[in-house]
Design a protein around this ligand. Structure first.
Ligand SMILES: [Zn+2]
Ligand SMILES: [Zn+2]
Length: 319
């Protein structure tokens, strides 16, 4: 993709700070349907329109699958108390033992996608994915969670990612909202221990001006200092950039300490913005910020790795 333009720094305005709750857990009955609607709205005219429409189909499949999941294991009170006492994430992504409901969810997503329009490479990937045995699907999930860069069929990544999202989002949505407490470091998701895919600056009454980091796995949002690197937690050398002459809804928060950036969504510009959807729809910002010398802190699993313009991720350091 060739691009003209540049990113311009944004003056920092910390707005009207509120005293929000620490976490906002996802609502699985609406979460993926809302993402699909957002992708449908963002797709027309976007350079990645066919891809955004495909991810919208995945989100619709996640929504369909969410209402027919078998009841799986949930973290019990003893487990939650133990994690809180030791400062662990409640449903930690690498240590939580997924039960059979994970593969059931993966198969339900694949079934719901069967007649959806999608790029040819995705049609092939879906057929390969649907033919896998349970053990093989679990092995793919383990590799993605560990962010291993092994040579495997990257076209299946969005499908595995969708299944992992569904599994963790269901569990997160059923937690007691008062259960998650801040981890050390605070940039880790208190539910699953992931680093943030993006952040949002709230506009809603009661939360106006407050900032939440957004988990790309369990979809939990947790309160975080307004001007602080989401990757290395530095409070020095932070700046905000948007594409010159373009929308200020999505800005890149850059950190001069670790030379990474994470996108921030300003919901006063669009309350319906979604961290995954709006990230995918603003690839030009990635390219320009990358050209200016910052590296993306965390890869969006839905970014087609075959896209030569896709930004390179850093290793999944949970620092
Ligand atoms: Zn999480
Ligand atoms: Zn940093």
């Amino acid at each position: 993709m060739s691009l003209k333009g540049r990113v311009v720094p944004e003056p920092v305005d910390i707005g009207q700070l509120a005293a929000p709750p620490f976490v906002r857990l996802p609502d699985i009955t609406t979460h993926f349907a809302a993402r699909a609607a957002r992708l449908d709205a963002l797709a027309p005219g976007n350079p990645l329109e066919p891809f955004l429409r495909f991810v919208a189909e995945i989100a619709r499949a996640q929504h369909t699958a969410s209402s027919a999941l078998p009841s799986g294991t949930l973290p019990g009170d003893d487990h939650v108390a133990f994690c809180k006492a030791h400062g662990f994430a409640l449903i930690e992504r690498l240590t939580w033992a997924r039960d059979a409901s994970f593969v059931a969810g993966a198969r339900a997503i694949a079934a719901a996608l069967k007649d959806a329009a999608m790029p040819e490479v995705a049609t092939h990937a879906l057929a390969v994915f649907a033919a896998r045995d349970d053990q093989s699907i679990d092995a793919l999930a383990d590799r993605l969670l560990r962010e291993e860069q092994e040579p495997w069929d990257m076209a299946e990544v969005p499908l595995v990612a969708a299944a992992l999202e569904l599994h963790w989002t269901r569990m997160a949505s059923l937690l007691d909202p008062t259960a998650p407490t801040p981890l050390d470091p605070r940039n880790l998701c208190p539910v699953c221990g992931s680093t943030a895919i993006a952040s949002v600056v709230e506009a809603a009454a009661g939360r106006q001006g407050s900032r939440f980091l957004c988990c790309g796995l369990c979809q939990t949002r947790w309160n975080y200092t307004r001007i602080q690197c989401a990757h290395c937690v530095s409070t020095k050398g932070i700046a905000y950039h948007h594409v010159e002459g373009g929308s200020k809804l999505v800005r890149a928060e850059t950190c001069d300490e670790c030379r990474t950036y994470t996108k921030a969504l300003y919901l006063e510009e669009a309350p319906e913005a979604d961290p995954i959807a709006d990230d995918l729809a603003t690839l030009p910002l990635d390219i320009l910020v990358g050209d200016a010398g910052w590296q993306r802190a965390r890869l969006n699993w839905y970014l087609m790795p075959q896209d030569e313009d896709a930004p390179e991720p850093l290793s999944a350091a949970s620092s």
